[in-house]
Design a protein around this ligand. Structure first.
Ligand code: 4NP
Length: 154
């Protein structure tokens, strides 16, 4: 099994959105049995919480299932559990590296570096623009899935 972990700050807006979107793309490509997806936050404020209502709404508007996603914090064991650890922005990457004690490991990647956008995923918790974030997350998931398929020849 190939394992992907999306990481943002709170684990209620961007990373659960990416988790649900990638799961849906995997389902459409018949790869759900090969790739597992999870998400976590670097912060602990929303441990045990559901995704933000804005994330739930944009997923629902796009007919993407959002069941069973409960906030959790990144922990050291995640480094060995996952093959791809994807941060939504530069601060997430710095925090992931420091929390996992891995200053520069190739499996820790900034999400949109996989795309032509080459920037941080804007945080809709602050911008209020869940649509903008959704479009970027969608592109990021397509690029990540293409990379996974290539890396693993699946
Ligand atoms: P996320 O957004 O990192 O995309 O989940 C945030 C959610 C909550 C907070 C910050 C960012 N917060 O400070 O509670």
């Amino acid at each position: 099994m190939i394992r992907v972990l999306f990481v943002c700050l709170g684990n209620i807006c961007r990373s659960p959105m990416a988790e649900a979107v990638l799961r849906e793309q995997l389902d459409r490509q018949g790869l759900s049995h090969k790739v597992e997806v999870d998400s976590a936050g670097t912060g602990n404020w929303h441990v045990g919480n559901n995704p933000h209502p804005g994330t739930l709404k944009i997923l629902k508007d796009n007919a993407i299932p959002a069941d069973g996603m409960i906030g959790r914090q990144l922990n050291k064991g995640d480094f060995d559990e996952f093959d791809y650890i994807i941060g939504m922005d530069e601060t997430n990457i710095a925090d992931i590296r420091s929390m996992l004690g891995q200053p520069d490991h190739p499996k820790i990647l900034r999400f949109l570096d996989l795309t032509d956008h080459l920037k941080d995923v804007p945080d809709p918790y602050y911008t209020g623009d869940f649509e903008e974030t959704y479009e970027l997350v969608n592109d990021g998931c397509e690029a990540l899935l293409a990379k996974i398929r290539k890396d693993h020849e699946i």
